[in-house]
Design a protein around this ligand. Structure first.
Ligand SMILES: Cc1cc2nc3c(=O)[nH]c(=O)nc-3n(C[C@H](O)[C@H](O)[C@H](O)COP(=O)(O)OP(=O)(O)OC[C@H]3O[C@@H](n4cnc5c(N)ncnc54)[C@H](O)[C@@H]3O)c2cc1C
Length: 473
């Protein structure tokens, strides 16, 4: 054991008596479960996972990280594709015990601690006919998704999750608890809306809520060809802002509600939400359903779109929050101005060229409320792009990974070329561990230097470095 490791172990031993939460070390029962994050292939061994219970616990762990130099991971829902919710040999601040939530029906706002998931917050707001949009997956933690942006089912009607943040409480690197809002520490308020986990541990957010007693939404399975992809994107772009769509072009999953003849065949697996009343929603869905005719079908392959409450957009997931679902996946994120026939043909061609059981081009049409916010109002700058695309494939073991990685890189380059993209841009929450240069794709130069300056003031020692890192100016 090196002197540095010995010092860290001594400090962890004292944390055991100092914190209200739990300290889990490699010799403790439950260590393997506690160190596991959502994405597969991430097998890191923290020196300790501290399941914190309040601000004082966070301060104590931060003090140990500062004094020992140990790498520090912040974990909310554990969905980071880069595995930043865990660390090799360092400390994890695991927030999942911190789930306090207070809904204020009168002001249509809520305060939520960052151990909560998107589904849990949506459920609490939904009990009052109110809603806030996070992403498409209920088990994602509000800590990670909100500090990065939050692109979900309400993005075109109500903006990104960060566009609905009114205030936050943050423990900064020196252990201070800081309130941020439009008038209090506005620089830090700006930075934590898109700047990720670079600036401190957000303990809770205050969100503005929308009146949304009902939506029309769910899964829509359509046949696919290049014309259908192109038309789908046009329709989604022309649709009222109430409509937000995610078109997953992928092999049809073996779901019982879909005729088995379609299982494994390429389809559009649409996840769609109309944030408005049933009549207008029906009308808005009609042209999407009719896309089936472009492939000679009278109706969609499967149509589960119906009037529901917003929390019902998040059905229970396989394995739940503590699930055993840990996919091995490669993925690449890109932003483009268009998906015309040329881009659609690239998508069809590359998906047809691979035989992986799970391969996808996930197409999200942006615009609406998110695009109306000025680009420099928050640290999420890429608001003018029309379409966000994620290409991804599952791989089976390390030997299979390079082939899938090469396919994915070529695929994303081909999309960018077909879309006449002149710059590479990305959304922080969909970027994996892709090196420091990639951080410049997330933050344009002006945003990056402003973030660096704020980082210098609040975290000059780069205690919060396990993220898409902004080194202090
Ligand atoms: C299945 C799946 C579906 C997804 N769908 C969407 C989607 O529809 N829309 C979308 O926008 N994103 C989506 N994402 C991406 C997701 O937003 C990011 O992976 C996000 O970082 C996950 O947050 P988390 O809290 O669950 O993850 P964690 O791994 O716990 O945290 C990720 C990082 O966020 C930062 N962080 C977390 N909590 C805090 C905090 N309290 N204070 C400061 N920093 C913090 C830290 O840097 C941490 O390393 C999806 C991811 C997955 C795996």
């Amino acid at each position: 054991m090196t002197p540095a490791t010995a010092a860290l172990h001594d400090r962890i031993a004292s944390l055991r008596s100092d914190v209200r939460g739990s300290v889990i070390e490699p010799t403790d029962a439950g260590y393997d479960k506690a160190r596991t994050v959502v994405m597969g292939g991430i097998d890191r061994h923290p020196a300790a996972i501290v399941q914190v219970d309040g601000v004082d616990d966070i301060r104590r762990v931060l003090a140990v990280a500062r004094e020992t130099g140990a790498e520090l991971a912040i974990r909310s829902g554990g969905h980071s594709g880069a595995g930043y919710g865990t660390t090799e040999g360092g400390l994890v601040i695991d927030l999942r015990r911190m789930k306090a939530i207070e809904v204020d029906r009168a002001s249509k706002t809520l305060w939520a601690e960052t151990g909560l998931t998107a589904a849990e917050v949506s459920q609490a707001a939904g009990e009052h006919g109110l809603a806030i949009g996070f992403g498409d997956t209920g088990t994602v933690g509000i800590g990670g998704i909100t500090t990065g942006g939050g692109i979900g089912y309400l993005v075109r009607k109500h903006g990104l999750a960060i566009d609905n943040v009114l205030a936050a409480d943050i423990v900064t690197a020196d252990g201070e608890l800081v309130r941020v809002d439009a008038n209090t520490n506005p620089d830090l308020f700006w930075a934590i809306r898109g700047g990720g986990g670079n600036f401190g541990v957000v303990t809770r957010f205050q969100f503005n809520l929308a009146d949304l007693p009902q939506v029309v939404g769910g899964m829509l399975f359509l046949p696919v060809n290049a014309e259908i992809i192109e038309r789908f994107v046009q329709l989604a772009d022309d649709a009222p802002d109430e409509m937000s769509t995610i078109a997953n072009v992928m092999p049809c999953p073996p779901m019982p509600m879909v005729d088995a003849a379609w299982h494994g065949k390429l389809v559009v697996f649409g996840l769609m939400c109309f944030a408005g009343d049933a009549g207008a929603g029906e009308e808005a869905f009609r042209p999407f359903r009719e896309l089936s005719k472009l492939a000679g079908l009278d109706a969609p392959i499967a149509d589960l779109v119906r009037p529901i409450t917003y929390p019902e957009m998040f059905p229970p997931e396989a394995g739940g929050e503590e699930g055993e679902y840990h996919p091995l996946a490669v993925s690449k994120n890109l932003l483009v101005d268009k998906v015309d026939r040329g881009v659609a043909e690239v998508i069809m061609d590359r998906l047809e060229s691979l035989d992986a059981p799970m391969r996808v081009a996930q197409i999200r049409v942006m615009g609406g409320a998110m695009a109306k916010v000025p680009w420099d109002a928050t640290a999420f700058a890429h608001r003018r792009y029309k379409v966000l695309i994620n290409v991804a494939a599952f791989y089976e073991g390390e030997a299979d990974r390079p082939a899938k990685q090469a396919w994915m890189e070529e695929f994303s380059d081909a999309i960018l070329a077909a879309a006449d993209a002149t710059t590479r841009c990305a959304y922080v929450n969909f970027v994996n561990d892709e090196g420091p240069e990639r951080v410049h794709d997330i933050y344009p130069a002006e945003t990056y230097s402003r973030l660096q300056e704020i980082k210098r003031r609040y975290d000059p020692g780069n205690v919060f470095r396990l993220n898409q890192n902004i080194p202090p100016a």
